[in-house]
Design a binder for this molecule. Structure first.
Ligand SMILES: C[S@@+](CC[C@H](N)C(=O)[O-])C[C@H]1O[C@@H](n2cnc3c(N)ncnc32)[C@H](O)[C@@H]1O
Length: 321
């Protein structure tokens, strides 16, 4: 018989309470504010153009960003870059979202950091993290799109270009990859994470089901729903995940809490990001490698691949000369 590994009885209630409390706070923060009729109108509003990543990052910053999560984010950078410090390096965070990885680059000693995002709420989150560090002069936060050729040209070149989970959400993924790649200076690195092309219709190892094509349709559908429908989908998916954990003998509380080991992220914030993250594109490892290597001649220095719906991660290096 499959059995869940529960925490000790004394800690069980407080762990469950803590997990539920923080997730409930996030949902409350997403509910529209104002008079009852205005709230109702906002809940029924269907005028969204693409997913509002920035609001999700606002929830993350306000309700989830603990020191523990910061440390997880901090340790994720040296591991994949295979260097313990960024001292003396310039770093650009393309689609910075919460700003957590710009903050990590700052803590790792990068000499200059440029963070930018197209979503004003994401930009505000990143500015808040910069503000908390005393607004250092070597860390700049901008509102810009990676698809804006002119703006990208004026940014210059960097030792490290970091764009995790961004370029596939722009609506023009190949154009976005091209522009991100053009930001790497001679001998510099580009770390990109791009959703894998999953053709299988079945069950993936992380509990998600279906093909990339299916999820493309789901995300388009989600973004046409009024907010109240989106909240219903968020919680239906969350309950589905909890049920899947129980059926496979895993402790849901531990799964939710351990989710932070994924770059400091939060379980429900990631569920919403996955359900709503649209525009959405995807590519196989060879499609990305052939495009970047073929067009720019950059070498692949590190890779983490998946056969599920998750991201493949690539570390490309531009030749020094
Ligand atoms: C899934 S989040 C990833 C955030 C962050 N890179 C991280 O690793 O946590 C995707 C981010 O890409 C941003 N984004 C989408 N299209 C963009 C564009 N054209 N230019 C810049 N940022 C964009 C979104 O606003 C969002 O903040």
């Amino acid at each position: 018989m499959l059995r869940a590994r529960w925490p000790t009885p004394t800690s069980r209630r407080s762990e469950l309470f803590e997990a539920l409390r923080s997730e409930a706070a996030v949902s409350a923060a997403r509910l529209p504010r104002g008079a009852p009729f205005a709230k109702l109108a906002a809940l029924m509003d269907t005028t969204t153009e693409g997913y509002d990543f920035g609001s999700n990052w606002r929830s993350f910053i306000d309700h989830h960003l603990t020191d523990e999560r910061r440390q997880e984010a901090l340790s994720s950078l040296p591991a994949f870059l295979r260097q313990n410090s960024l001292e003396g390096k310039t770093f650009v965070d393309v689609g910075c979202g919460s700003g957590l990885f710009s903050w990590a680059a700052y803590k790792l000693g990068a000499k200059q950091i440029v963070s930018f995002d197209v979503n004003p709420n994401s930009v505000a989150c990143c500015k808040q993290l910069r503000f908390d560090e005393g607004e250092p002069a070597n860390w700049e936060v901008l509102e810009a799109s990676v698809l804006d050729d002119e703006a990208m040209r004026t940014l210059g070149e960097f030792d490290v270009v970091y764009s995790w989970g961004v370029l596939h959400h722009t609506g023009e993924m190949w154009h976005a990859i091209e522009n991100a790649a053009s930001l790497i200076g001679p001998g510099g690195l580009m770390w990109i994470a791009i959703y894998n092309r999953a053709d299988a219709v079945g069950l993936h190892s992380d509990g998600r089901v279906g093909s990339s094509r299916f999820w493309e349709r789901e995300k388009a559908f989600y973004n046409r729903l009024p907010k109240v429908g989106q909240l219903a989908m968020d919680y239906t998916a969350a309950m589905g995940m909890v049920t899947a954990y129980l059926l496979s003998g895993r402790n849901p509380i531990r799964e939710i809490q351990q989710h932070k080991q994924n770059r400091g992220m939060s379980w429900l914030v990631d569920i919403r990001d996955w359900l709503g993250g649209w525009p959405y594109e995807y590519a196989s490892v060879d499609e990305i490698f052939n495009f970047v290597h073929g067009r720019f001649g950059y070498a692949l220095e590190n890779v983490i691949s998946t056969n599920s719906l998750r991201n493949n991660e690539f570390l490309f290096r531009r030749p020094a000369t």
